[in-house]
Design a protein around this ligand. Structure first.
Ligand code: GTP
Ligand code: MG
Length: 491
């Protein structure tokens, strides 16, 4: 077993997705330059794969092989005695003038391959098998390093996967990995490492640790994503603005303010999730998420949007500026029916004495609490879960927009922890006072932060099993892990 880092060279014809594979394997959307243009990567560039802050492997991106047919002819001419050792022939070539002139790109690749333990040979699986591929593989074989062909672009309808597999096995290359650097399948990364493991006995241990570490990273990513969504939902469910009940204009104005607070809070959640999943915030704002002017195109308060997600417009039933909101009798975060609106009833609920309750009752008389209806809260849950499902499958080389789908929402009522949050204004972390004109929330019931934490834990537990599911599956928020893939999975 080796203690030194495992060195991996990523090689292949130009434009086959080598830099994209680097981004995907390192989960780093900013590595190198990815472009449709050929010959974008001009130099070798490396990055370490870490486990607990220790580099255990080094991954090297290389320029594309451009003229392997001419290079192979050149190597054959240079060989002289046909019994000469292949690696020697390559080393001699690297000393020649041609290695710095006509074949300078190829020479950079070969130098890196000689320094590496294994070469990942990236193939655009949509290509036919051509002379250039055969010659590239022959040159790599001459370097005397194990080669793992990686069939890339396999999510494309034009991918010729079995044709390629057949061809590669005739060349004695049986450990072939399949990949798509844009649409990441949960198990494809693991399989790629497993293929390398079959050829690299000395580094078995490192590769096993990399597989386990990535599995654990993904598990933690899912748990943290669930927590970020739970924080959003608790904030929104507990959010209240206190407004004079009979002042229609103030009510309307506060309605707009409340909706803006919700939209801003959702944006914060999107930013947090993108950061957590290591996508660049610029990747996914206006151009890549369905967001315009910093807002989702789908307004969570639009009854049509709610319907699209299978959510009823809700009990607020108010139209226009008040759609998706509900107005409650103001009792400091406790919503009571009109029949219970007496000082005594408030006293019973708040647990204070009669006189204290009466004082409160008088203070609150004439005020109303404006809150977000259940429908928009469920909608926010549905689309943040959909966003995480999309991010979990999105390769870090992806250059297209994340488009939101409309997963079916099986849940019709708020889950228990959110119903508890409804009653606790001081569980809401949103700063409702940032604008001087805004109505100020009243919070006079102290609740232990532990109550909030327990609700967040419980809610995260309900959200978590929904996250790794496919985007077409309905959202259940029931905390049941029914369809977890059997193998270890990450992506
Ligand atoms: N759909 C899809 N597109 C991919 C995939 N891999 C790469 N691409 C796209 O293919 C193009 C080339 O990708 P790069 O990663 O720059 O390719 P490269 O091999 O590093 O190219 P050079 O450095 O120029 O040799 C980019 O537009 C990528 O977005 C894939 O698996 N699926
Ligand atoms: Mg490149």
């Amino acid at each position: 077993m080796s203690d030194r880092p495992l060195i991996i060279a990523v090689v292949g014809h130009t434009n086959t997705g080598k830099t994209s594979l680097m981004r995907t394997l390192t989960h780093d959307a900013s590595f190198g330059e990815v472009s449709d243009r050929p010959a974008v990567t001009r130099d070798v560039a490396g990055i370490a794969l870490m486990i607990e802050d220790h580099p255990v492997a080094e991954l090297y991106d290389t320029p594309g092989l451009e003229d392997s047919i001419a290079l192979l002819d050149h190597l054959h001419n240079q060989r002289g005695d046909h019994r000469r050792d292949n690696v020697e022939v390559i080393r001699d070539f690297l000393q020649t003038n041609e290695a710095g002139t006509s074949f300078s790109q190829e020479a950079k690749v070969l130098r890196q391959v000689l320094k590496s333990d294994v070469a990942l040979y990236v193939i655009d699986a949509r290509d036919r098998v051509l002379g250039k591929h055969r010659d590239e593989l022959e040159i790599l074989r001459m370097c005397g390093r194990p080669v793992v062909p990686v069939l890339n672009f396999i999510a494309s309808a034009d991918a010729q996967t079995s044709l390629w597999r057949d061809h590669l096995s005739r060349l004695g290359l049986h450990a072939v990995a399949e990949f798509d650097t844009v649409v990441v399948d949960e198990l494809s990364e693991q399989h790629l490492f497993e293929k390398m493991r079959t050829l690299l006995d000395e580094h078995r241990n490192t590769i096993d640790r990399l597989i386990d570490d990535r599995h654990e990273q993904r598990r933690m990513l899912i748990a943290s994503s669930a927590r970020v969504i739970a924080e959003l939902l608790v904030d929104i469910a507990a959010l209240r603005l206190l407004v004079p009940r009979d002042d229609k204009a103030r009510l309307r104005e506060s309605g707009e303010r409340l909706r803006d607070l919700v939209r801003e809070r959702e944006q914060r959640c999107v930013r947090d999730l993108l950061e957590l999943h290591r996508f660049h915030p610029d990747d996914c704002t206006a151009d890549t998420l369905p967001i315009e002017d910093g807002r989702w195109k789908f307004d969570p308060f639009d009854p049509e949007v709610l319907q699209q997600f299978g959510i009823r417009a809700g009990s607020g039933a108010a139209a226009g500026a008040m759609a998706g909101l509900a107005v409650d009798l103001a009792v400091g975060g406790m919503s009571l029916g009109a029949a219970a609106a007496t000082g005594a009833a408030i006293g019973a609920v708040l647990g204070g004495g009669q006189s204290h309750a009466r004082r409160l009752f008088h203070r609150m008389r004439g005020l109303a609490e404006l809150r977000v209806d259940d429908g928009p809260v469920l909608l926010l849950a549905a689309r943040q879960i959909d966003l995480v499902r999309a991010l979990l499958r999105r390769g870090h080389a992806s250059q297209s927009r994340v488009t939101l789908e409309t997963p079916e929402m099986k849940v019709r009522t708020l889950p228990k922890p959110l119903r508890r949050a409804r009653m606790q204004t001081n569980w809401c972390s949103i700063d409702t006072e940032s604008s001087s004109n805004s109505p100020r929330p009243l919070s006079f019931r102290s609740t232990s932060p532990r109550g909030r934490d327990a609700a967040l834990d419980e809610l995260s537990g309900l959200i978590e099993p929904d996250l790794p599911r496919s985007r077409s599956q309905p959202i259940t928020l029931d905390g049941h892990v029914s369809d977890r893939p059997s193998g270890k999975s990450f992506g």
